[in-house]
Design a protein around this ligand. Structure first.
Ligand SMILES: NC(=O)c1ccc[n+]([C@@H]2O[C@H](COP(=O)([O-])OP(=O)(O)OC[C@H]3O[C@@H](n4cnc5c(N)ncnc54)[C@H](OP(=O)(O)O)[C@@H]3O)[C@@H](O)[C@H]2O)c1
Length: 438
Protein backbone atom coordinates (compact mmCIF):
# COMPACT_ATOMS: atom_id res chain seq x y z
CA UNK A 1 0.00 0.00 0.00
CA UNK A 2 2.56 2.57 -1.10
CA UNK A 3 -0.02 5.35 -1.37
CA UNK A 4 -1.26 4.86 2.19
CA UNK A 5 2.31 4.74 3.48
CA UNK A 6 3.09 7.94 1.62
CA UNK A 7 -0.01 9.66 2.97
CA UNK A 8 0.83 8.62 6.53
CA UNK A 9 4.40 9.77 6.17
CA UNK A 10 3.34 13.15 4.86
CA UNK A 11 0.71 13.50 7.56
CA UNK A 12 3.41 12.83 10.12
CA UNK A 13 5.74 15.39 8.58
CA UNK A 14 3.15 18.13 8.25
CA UNK A 15 1.96 17.57 11.82
CA UNK A 16 5.39 18.41 13.08
CA UNK A 17 5.92 21.31 10.72
CA UNK A 18 2.58 22.92 11.45
CA UNK A 19 2.71 22.54 15.20
CA UNK A 20 6.31 23.61 15.69
CA UNK A 21 7.36 25.36 12.52
CA UNK A 22 10.74 24.64 10.99
CA UNK A 23 13.57 25.09 13.41
CA UNK A 24 15.78 27.91 12.19
CA UNK A 25 19.52 27.66 12.29
CA UNK A 26 19.52 30.39 14.92
CA UNK A 27 17.28 28.35 17.23
CA UNK A 28 19.62 25.40 16.88
CA UNK A 29 22.80 27.29 17.61
CA UNK A 30 22.01 30.01 20.11
CA UNK A 31 20.10 29.73 23.35
CA UNK A 32 18.10 32.86 22.61
CA UNK A 33 16.62 35.17 25.17
CA UNK A 34 13.39 33.31 25.96
CA UNK A 35 12.77 31.18 29.02
CA UNK A 36 13.57 27.93 27.28
CA UNK A 37 15.57 26.54 24.40
CA UNK A 38 13.55 24.83 21.71
CA UNK A 39 15.45 21.57 21.25
CA UNK A 40 14.73 18.63 18.98
CA UNK A 41 15.76 14.97 18.84
CA UNK A 42 15.03 12.01 16.64
CA UNK A 43 13.57 9.43 19.00
CA UNK A 44 11.97 6.01 18.96
CA UNK A 45 9.77 4.26 21.49
CA UNK A 46 9.84 0.75 20.01
CA UNK A 47 12.29 -1.20 17.89
CA UNK A 48 11.53 -1.58 14.20
CA UNK A 49 11.96 -0.18 10.70
CA UNK A 50 13.57 3.28 11.15
CA UNK A 51 11.14 4.85 8.68
CA UNK A 52 8.22 3.64 10.77
CA UNK A 53 9.44 4.12 14.34
CA UNK A 54 11.55 7.29 14.26
CA UNK A 55 9.92 10.57 15.27
CA UNK A 56 11.18 14.11 15.51
CA UNK A 57 10.47 15.08 19.10
CA UNK A 58 10.60 18.73 20.13
CA UNK A 59 11.27 19.53 23.78
CA UNK A 60 12.15 22.56 25.87
CA UNK A 61 15.27 23.01 27.97
CA UNK A 62 14.50 25.62 30.62
CA UNK A 63 17.10 28.35 30.99
CA UNK A 64 16.84 28.06 34.78
CA UNK A 65 18.33 24.56 34.52
CA UNK A 66 21.31 25.64 32.46
CA UNK A 67 23.52 27.97 34.43
CA UNK A 68 23.21 26.31 37.82
CA UNK A 69 25.72 24.02 39.59
CA UNK A 70 27.87 21.89 37.33
CA UNK A 71 25.41 21.79 34.45
CA UNK A 72 26.69 21.78 30.90
CA UNK A 73 24.68 22.78 27.85
CA UNK A 74 25.97 21.39 24.58
CA UNK A 75 24.83 21.94 21.04
CA UNK A 76 25.45 19.27 18.43
CA UNK A 77 27.68 20.30 15.53
CA UNK A 78 27.49 17.07 13.51
CA UNK A 79 26.42 13.45 13.99
CA UNK A 80 26.86 10.64 11.43
CA UNK A 81 24.44 7.87 10.56
CA UNK A 82 26.40 4.62 10.93
CA UNK A 83 25.11 1.13 10.07
CA UNK A 84 25.20 0.22 13.78
CA UNK A 85 22.84 3.12 14.61
CA UNK A 86 20.28 1.63 12.25
CA UNK A 87 20.72 -1.82 13.79
CA UNK A 88 20.05 -0.22 17.19
CA UNK A 89 16.76 1.23 15.95
CA UNK A 90 15.89 -2.13 14.37
CA UNK A 91 16.63 -3.82 17.71
CA UNK A 92 19.25 -6.13 16.23
CA UNK A 93 22.44 -4.61 17.70
CA UNK A 94 24.57 -6.06 20.50
CA UNK A 95 23.71 -3.27 22.95
CA UNK A 96 20.25 -1.74 23.01
CA UNK A 97 19.01 1.35 24.86
CA UNK A 98 16.23 1.46 27.41
CA UNK A 99 13.17 3.57 26.62
CA UNK A 100 12.83 6.13 29.41
CA UNK A 101 10.67 9.22 30.05
CA UNK A 102 13.76 11.25 31.05
CA UNK A 103 15.67 10.58 27.81
CA UNK A 104 16.34 14.33 27.34
CA UNK A 105 18.02 14.68 30.74
CA UNK A 106 17.27 15.04 34.42
CA UNK A 107 16.19 18.66 34.31
CA UNK A 108 14.31 18.56 31.04
CA UNK A 109 10.61 17.86 30.58
CA UNK A 110 9.86 14.15 30.42
CA UNK A 111 8.31 12.46 27.44
CA UNK A 112 5.47 9.96 26.99
CA UNK A 113 5.68 7.26 25.76
CA UNK A 114 9.25 6.71 27.01
CA UNK A 115 11.84 7.02 24.24
CA UNK A 116 15.48 6.47 23.37
CA UNK A 117 17.67 8.75 21.24
CA UNK A 118 19.76 6.99 18.59
CA UNK A 119 23.18 8.05 17.33
CA UNK A 120 26.43 6.80 18.74
CA UNK A 121 28.89 9.28 17.32
CA UNK A 122 29.17 13.03 16.82
CA UNK A 123 30.75 16.21 18.13
CA UNK A 124 29.25 18.75 20.50
CA UNK A 125 30.19 22.33 21.32
CA UNK A 126 29.89 23.66 24.86
CA UNK A 127 27.36 26.50 24.79
CA UNK A 128 27.14 27.22 28.51
CA UNK A 129 28.73 25.86 31.67
CA UNK A 130 27.19 26.17 35.15
CA UNK A 131 28.70 28.47 37.78
CA UNK A 132 30.47 25.59 39.55
CA UNK A 133 32.17 24.18 36.45
CA UNK A 134 35.95 24.55 36.47
CA UNK A 135 36.71 26.62 33.37
CA UNK A 136 39.84 24.55 32.77
CA UNK A 137 37.61 21.51 32.44
CA UNK A 138 34.90 22.98 30.20
CA UNK A 139 34.36 26.44 28.77
CA UNK A 140 32.03 27.75 26.07
CA UNK A 141 33.42 26.93 22.62
CA UNK A 142 35.14 23.68 23.66
CA UNK A 143 34.46 20.65 21.49
CA UNK A 144 33.37 17.47 23.23
CA UNK A 145 33.08 13.89 21.99
CA UNK A 146 30.74 11.18 23.30
CA UNK A 147 33.08 8.35 24.29
CA UNK A 148 30.58 6.02 25.97
CA UNK A 149 28.50 3.94 23.60
CA UNK A 150 24.86 4.77 22.91
CA UNK A 151 25.09 8.44 23.92
CA UNK A 152 22.27 9.55 21.62
CA UNK A 153 23.69 12.13 19.23
CA UNK A 154 20.80 12.70 16.81
CA UNK A 155 19.58 15.76 18.66
CA UNK A 156 20.17 19.48 18.62
CA UNK A 157 21.17 19.95 22.28
CA UNK A 158 22.27 18.03 25.35
CA UNK A 159 21.84 19.20 28.93
CA UNK A 160 24.23 17.26 31.11
CA UNK A 161 26.84 17.90 33.81
CA UNK A 162 30.59 18.33 33.90
CA UNK A 163 30.87 14.97 35.71
CA UNK A 164 29.41 13.08 32.74
CA UNK A 165 31.97 10.29 32.27
CA UNK A 166 30.68 9.51 28.78
CA UNK A 167 32.11 12.78 27.47
CA UNK A 168 35.68 13.72 26.56
CA UNK A 169 36.93 17.19 25.68
CA UNK A 170 39.10 17.33 22.58
CA UNK A 171 42.45 18.76 23.72
CA UNK A 172 42.51 22.41 22.63
CA UNK A 173 45.93 22.11 20.95
CA UNK A 174 44.52 19.74 18.32
CA UNK A 175 41.95 22.32 17.30
CA UNK A 176 44.03 25.44 17.74
CA UNK A 177 47.31 24.45 16.13
CA UNK A 178 46.17 21.77 13.72
CA UNK A 179 42.77 22.97 12.55
CA UNK A 180 40.65 19.89 13.19
CA UNK A 181 37.32 20.16 11.33
CA UNK A 182 33.82 19.45 12.60
CA UNK A 183 33.40 16.56 10.12
CA UNK A 184 36.66 14.94 11.23
CA UNK A 185 35.77 15.22 14.91
CA UNK A 186 32.22 13.93 14.33
CA UNK A 187 33.44 10.74 12.67
CA UNK A 188 36.43 9.96 14.89
CA UNK A 189 35.19 7.76 17.70
CA UNK A 190 33.79 4.69 15.95
CA UNK A 191 35.33 3.82 12.59
CA UNK A 192 38.89 5.18 12.89
CA UNK A 193 39.21 3.56 16.31
CA UNK A 194 37.89 0.27 14.95
CA UNK A 195 40.38 0.30 12.06
CA UNK A 196 43.28 1.14 14.37
CA UNK A 197 42.38 -1.55 16.85
CA UNK A 198 41.83 -4.21 14.18
CA UNK A 199 45.38 -3.65 12.97
CA UNK A 200 46.89 -3.40 16.48
CA UNK A 201 45.01 -6.12 18.30
CA UNK A 202 45.42 -8.94 15.81
CA UNK A 203 49.12 -8.55 15.19
CA UNK A 204 49.46 -7.12 11.69
CA UNK A 205 53.15 -6.28 11.23
CA UNK A 206 55.11 -4.28 8.68
CA UNK A 207 55.47 -6.28 5.47
CA UNK A 208 52.43 -8.52 6.20
CA UNK A 209 49.53 -8.78 3.76
CA UNK A 210 46.03 -8.24 5.17
CA UNK A 211 42.84 -9.14 3.27
CA UNK A 212 39.65 -7.16 3.80
CA UNK A 213 36.18 -6.96 2.31
CA UNK A 214 33.85 -3.96 2.50
CA UNK A 215 36.97 -1.98 1.63
CA UNK A 216 34.97 1.07 0.54
CA UNK A 217 33.33 1.38 3.95
CA UNK A 218 34.55 4.05 6.33
CA UNK A 219 36.33 1.39 8.38
CA UNK A 220 37.80 -0.20 5.24
CA UNK A 221 39.19 3.08 3.97
CA UNK A 222 40.76 3.77 7.35
CA UNK A 223 42.28 0.28 7.51
CA UNK A 224 43.91 1.03 4.13
CA UNK A 225 45.41 4.31 5.35
CA UNK A 226 46.51 3.14 8.79
CA UNK A 227 48.04 0.02 7.22
CA UNK A 228 49.94 2.20 4.75
CA UNK A 229 51.27 4.39 7.58
CA UNK A 230 52.61 1.21 9.19
CA UNK A 231 53.99 -0.47 6.02
CA UNK A 232 51.32 -3.18 6.10
CA UNK A 233 50.05 -4.31 2.68
CA UNK A 234 46.32 -4.55 1.94
CA UNK A 235 44.35 -6.58 -0.58
CA UNK A 236 40.90 -5.04 -0.73
CA UNK A 237 37.60 -6.43 -1.99
CA UNK A 238 34.81 -4.08 -3.11
CA UNK A 239 31.46 -4.64 -4.77
CA UNK A 240 31.48 -4.30 -8.54
CA UNK A 241 29.93 -0.94 -9.64
CA UNK A 242 27.24 -0.44 -12.28
CA UNK A 243 29.81 0.24 -15.03
CA UNK A 244 33.48 -0.72 -15.49
CA UNK A 245 34.31 2.99 -15.45
CA UNK A 246 32.75 3.44 -12.00
CA UNK A 247 34.58 0.36 -10.74
CA UNK A 248 37.87 1.80 -12.02
CA UNK A 249 37.10 5.11 -10.33
CA UNK A 250 36.52 3.36 -7.03
CA UNK A 251 39.69 1.30 -7.46
CA UNK A 252 41.63 4.50 -8.18
CA UNK A 253 40.17 6.24 -5.15
CA UNK A 254 41.19 3.42 -2.80
CA UNK A 255 44.63 3.15 -4.39
CA UNK A 256 45.08 6.88 -3.87
CA UNK A 257 44.49 6.26 -0.17
CA UNK A 258 47.23 3.62 -0.15
CA UNK A 259 45.49 0.36 -1.11
CA UNK A 260 48.05 -2.03 -2.60
CA UNK A 261 45.51 -4.15 -4.50
CA UNK A 262 41.78 -3.59 -5.11
CA UNK A 263 39.67 -6.41 -6.56
CA UNK A 264 35.94 -6.81 -6.98
CA UNK A 265 33.78 -9.57 -5.56
CA UNK A 266 33.56 -11.07 -9.07
CA UNK A 267 37.27 -11.96 -8.79
CA UNK A 268 36.88 -13.97 -5.58
CA UNK A 269 38.11 -17.56 -5.82
CA UNK A 270 40.97 -18.83 -7.98
CA UNK A 271 41.64 -15.47 -9.62
CA UNK A 272 42.04 -13.71 -6.29
CA UNK A 273 44.22 -16.52 -4.89
CA UNK A 274 46.54 -16.15 -7.89
CA UNK A 275 46.66 -12.35 -7.52
CA UNK A 276 47.57 -12.69 -3.84
CA UNK A 277 50.29 -15.22 -4.63
CA UNK A 278 51.77 -12.94 -7.31
CA UNK A 279 51.71 -9.66 -5.38
CA UNK A 280 53.02 -11.15 -2.14
CA UNK A 281 55.78 -13.12 -3.84
CA UNK A 282 54.23 -16.37 -2.60
CA UNK A 283 54.09 -15.18 1.03
CA UNK A 284 50.28 -14.99 1.14
CA UNK A 285 48.22 -13.56 3.99
CA UNK A 286 47.36 -14.78 7.46
CA UNK A 287 44.87 -12.10 8.55
CA UNK A 288 41.50 -11.07 7.12
CA UNK A 289 39.04 -8.40 8.26
CA UNK A 290 35.40 -9.11 7.41
CA UNK A 291 32.45 -6.72 7.65
CA UNK A 292 30.32 -8.43 4.98
CA UNK A 293 29.77 -12.11 5.87
CA UNK A 294 27.99 -14.61 3.60
CA UNK A 295 29.49 -16.65 0.80
CA UNK A 296 31.72 -13.80 -0.42
CA UNK A 297 33.47 -13.66 2.96
CA UNK A 298 33.77 -17.45 3.08
CA UNK A 299 35.36 -17.39 -0.35
CA UNK A 300 37.87 -14.70 0.65
CA UNK A 301 38.76 -16.64 3.82
CA UNK A 302 39.76 -19.60 1.63
CA UNK A 303 42.64 -17.48 0.28
CA UNK A 304 44.27 -17.25 3.72
CA UNK A 305 47.41 -19.20 4.59
CA UNK A 306 47.13 -22.23 6.87
CA UNK A 307 46.52 -21.14 10.48
CA UNK A 308 45.23 -17.79 9.22
CA UNK A 309 42.70 -15.76 11.15
CA UNK A 310 39.40 -14.13 10.15
CA UNK A 311 38.25 -11.19 12.28
CA UNK A 312 34.58 -10.40 11.78
CA UNK A 313 33.51 -6.93 12.86
CA UNK A 314 30.35 -6.38 10.77
CA UNK A 315 27.73 -8.24 8.76
CA UNK A 316 26.63 -5.93 5.97
CA UNK A 317 25.21 -8.79 3.83
CA UNK A 318 23.18 -9.99 6.87
CA UNK A 319 24.27 -13.53 5.96
CA UNK A 320 26.49 -15.85 8.01
CA UNK A 321 29.83 -17.23 6.91
CA UNK A 322 29.81 -20.97 6.25
CA UNK A 323 33.37 -22.26 6.58
CA UNK A 324 33.71 -25.82 5.34
CA UNK A 325 35.12 -28.49 7.65
CA UNK A 326 38.33 -28.65 5.59
CA UNK A 327 39.03 -25.00 6.26
CA UNK A 328 38.68 -25.58 9.99
CA UNK A 329 40.32 -28.99 10.28
CA UNK A 330 43.02 -29.14 7.65
CA UNK A 331 43.86 -25.47 7.21
CA UNK A 332 43.33 -24.48 10.87
CA UNK A 333 41.66 -21.17 10.00
CA UNK A 334 40.24 -19.54 13.13
CA UNK A 335 37.37 -17.07 13.40
CA UNK A 336 37.06 -14.28 15.94
CA UNK A 337 34.90 -11.22 16.43
CA UNK A 338 35.85 -7.67 17.37
CA UNK A 339 33.61 -5.00 18.89
CA UNK A 340 35.11 -1.59 19.51
CA UNK A 341 32.46 -0.71 22.14
CA UNK A 342 33.50 -3.63 24.30
CA UNK A 343 37.17 -2.82 23.79
CA UNK A 344 36.54 0.82 24.81
CA UNK A 345 34.72 -0.24 27.97
CA UNK A 346 37.65 -2.45 28.97
CA UNK A 347 40.32 0.12 28.14
CA UNK A 348 38.86 3.63 28.66
CA UNK A 349 42.26 5.34 29.11
CA UNK A 350 43.76 3.68 26.04
CA UNK A 351 40.64 4.63 24.12
CA UNK A 352 41.24 8.34 24.82
CA UNK A 353 44.95 7.99 23.96
CA UNK A 354 44.05 6.30 20.69
CA UNK A 355 41.48 9.00 19.91
CA UNK A 356 44.07 11.71 20.53
CA UNK A 357 46.45 9.93 18.12
CA UNK A 358 43.72 9.58 15.48
CA UNK A 359 42.51 13.19 15.79
CA UNK A 360 46.09 14.36 15.34
CA UNK A 361 46.49 12.19 12.25
CA UNK A 362 43.24 13.55 10.81
CA UNK A 363 44.05 17.16 11.57
CA UNK A 364 47.50 16.72 10.01
CA UNK A 365 45.94 15.40 6.80
CA UNK A 366 47.40 11.89 7.22
CA UNK A 367 43.94 10.29 7.43
CA UNK A 368 41.19 11.08 4.93
CA UNK A 369 37.70 10.49 6.21
CA UNK A 370 36.12 9.39 2.95
CA UNK A 371 33.05 10.84 1.31
CA UNK A 372 30.42 12.31 3.58
CA UNK A 373 26.90 13.30 2.66
CA UNK A 374 26.00 16.20 4.94
CA UNK A 375 22.32 16.51 5.75
CA UNK A 376 21.50 19.87 7.34
CA UNK A 377 19.15 19.47 10.31
CA UNK A 378 16.31 21.82 9.52
CA UNK A 379 13.65 20.27 11.69
CA UNK A 380 11.75 18.57 8.85
CA UNK A 381 10.97 15.10 10.13
CA UNK A 382 10.39 13.36 6.80
CA UNK A 383 13.81 14.26 5.39
CA UNK A 384 15.66 13.35 8.59
CA UNK A 385 13.88 10.01 8.90
CA UNK A 386 14.41 9.23 5.20
CA UNK A 387 18.10 9.91 5.61
CA UNK A 388 18.29 7.19 8.23
CA UNK A 389 15.94 4.79 6.48
CA UNK A 390 17.77 4.95 3.15
CA UNK A 391 21.29 4.78 4.49
CA UNK A 392 21.65 1.03 4.04
CA UNK A 393 20.08 1.03 0.57
CA UNK A 394 22.05 0.85 -2.66
CA UNK A 395 25.73 1.44 -3.30
CA UNK A 396 27.48 3.93 -1.10
CA UNK A 397 28.11 7.51 -2.23
CA UNK A 398 29.05 8.89 1.12
CA UNK A 399 28.25 8.53 4.79
CA UNK A 400 25.21 10.59 5.80
CA UNK A 401 26.09 13.07 8.52
CA UNK A 402 23.54 15.33 10.20
CA UNK A 403 25.01 18.82 10.43
CA UNK A 404 23.66 21.54 12.68
CA UNK A 405 25.14 24.79 11.39
CA UNK A 406 24.64 28.27 12.73
CA UNK A 407 24.23 31.02 10.14
CA UNK A 408 27.05 30.85 7.59
CA UNK A 409 28.94 28.13 9.47
CA UNK A 410 28.67 25.47 6.76
CA UNK A 411 30.85 27.48 4.39
CA UNK A 412 33.70 27.90 6.87
CA UNK A 413 36.75 25.64 6.41
CA UNK A 414 36.42 24.66 10.09
CA UNK A 415 33.27 22.70 9.21
CA UNK A 416 35.32 20.62 6.79
CA UNK A 417 32.69 19.86 4.17
CA UNK A 418 34.02 18.34 1.00
CA UNK A 419 33.41 21.24 -1.37
CA UNK A 420 32.18 19.13 -4.28
CA UNK A 421 30.44 16.23 -2.63
CA UNK A 422 29.08 18.33 0.20
CA UNK A 423 27.05 20.46 -2.18
CA UNK A 424 25.99 17.53 -4.35
CA UNK A 425 24.49 15.35 -1.68
CA UNK A 426 23.02 17.79 0.78
CA UNK A 427 19.56 16.74 -0.33
CA UNK A 428 20.27 13.01 -0.14
CA UNK A 429 17.03 12.37 1.71
CA UNK A 430 15.03 13.69 -1.25
CA UNK A 431 17.19 12.35 -4.07
CA UNK A 432 17.03 8.78 -2.93
CA UNK A 433 13.33 8.50 -2.10
CA UNK A 434 11.95 5.14 -3.33
CA UNK A 435 10.16 5.22 -6.66
CA UNK A 436 6.57 6.31 -6.47
CA UNK A 437 7.07 8.38 -3.33
CA UNK A 438 7.60 11.93 -4.52
N1 LIG B 1 32.56 -4.25 15.42
C1 LIG B 1 32.78 -2.96 15.57
O1 LIG B 1 33.29 -2.51 16.58
C2 LIG B 1 32.42 -2.04 14.45
C3 LIG B 1 32.79 -0.69 14.49
C4 LIG B 1 32.49 0.11 13.39
C5 LIG B 1 31.78 -0.41 12.32
N2 LIG B 1 31.41 -1.71 12.37
C6 LIG B 1 30.69 -2.34 11.26
O2 LIG B 1 31.48 -2.22 10.12
C7 LIG B 1 30.65 -2.19 8.98
C8 LIG B 1 31.03 -0.98 8.14
O3 LIG B 1 30.68 0.18 8.86
P1 LIG B 1 31.00 1.63 8.23
O4 LIG B 1 30.42 2.67 9.10
O5 LIG B 1 32.44 1.67 7.91
O6 LIG B 1 30.15 1.48 6.91
P2 LIG B 1 29.78 2.56 5.82
O7 LIG B 1 30.88 3.54 5.70
O8 LIG B 1 28.42 3.05 6.08
O9 LIG B 1 29.76 1.67 4.51
C9 LIG B 1 29.03 0.49 4.42
C10 LIG B 1 29.78 -0.44 3.50
O10 LIG B 1 29.13 -1.71 3.47
C11 LIG B 1 29.11 -2.16 2.14
N3 LIG B 1 27.92 -3.00 1.95
C12 LIG B 1 26.65 -2.66 2.20
N4 LIG B 1 25.83 -3.71 1.93
C13 LIG B 1 26.63 -4.70 1.48
C14 LIG B 1 26.38 -6.03 1.03
N5 LIG B 1 25.15 -6.56 0.99
N6 LIG B 1 27.44 -6.78 0.64
C15 LIG B 1 28.69 -6.27 0.67
N7 LIG B 1 28.98 -5.01 1.11
C16 LIG B 1 27.96 -4.24 1.50
C17 LIG B 1 29.04 -0.93 1.28
O11 LIG B 1 29.60 -1.27 0.05
P3 LIG B 1 29.53 -0.31 -1.23
O12 LIG B 1 30.70 0.60 -1.09
O13 LIG B 1 29.67 -1.25 -2.36
O14 LIG B 1 28.21 0.39 -1.20
C18 LIG B 1 29.87 0.07 2.07
O15 LIG B 1 31.20 0.08 1.66
C19 LIG B 1 29.23 -2.19 9.49
O16 LIG B 1 28.75 -3.51 9.48
C20 LIG B 1 29.38 -1.69 10.90
O17 LIG B 1 28.32 -2.11 11.74
C21 LIG B 1 31.70 -2.53 13.39
Amino acid sequence: MPFLRLALRHARASRVVSSRGFATTRTLGLPGSGEAIEAQALTFSEFGDPQKVLRLTPHKIKRSAISTGNSLLLRTLAAPVNPADINVVQGTYGALPRFIPSAFGRNVESVEPPVAIPGNEGVFEVLEAGVDVDKEQYAPGDWVLPVGSGYGTWRTHVLTTSSDTKLWKIPSYIRNSRGLTVMQAATATVNPLTALKLLHTFGANAGDWVLQNGANSAVGRLVIQLAKLNDIKTLNVVRERETPRETEQLRGALQALGADVVVTDSQLGRELAQILKDVSGGKGAKLMFDCVGGSAATSLAKSLNPDGKVITYGAMSKKPMMPGAGMLIFKGITFEGFWVSKWGERFPRRKKESLEYLLNQMASGNLQMGATAPVPWRGDELRLVDTVGLTLEGKRRGKSVFVFPDDGELDKPSFGLDAQLGKAVVEIGHNERPEGEK
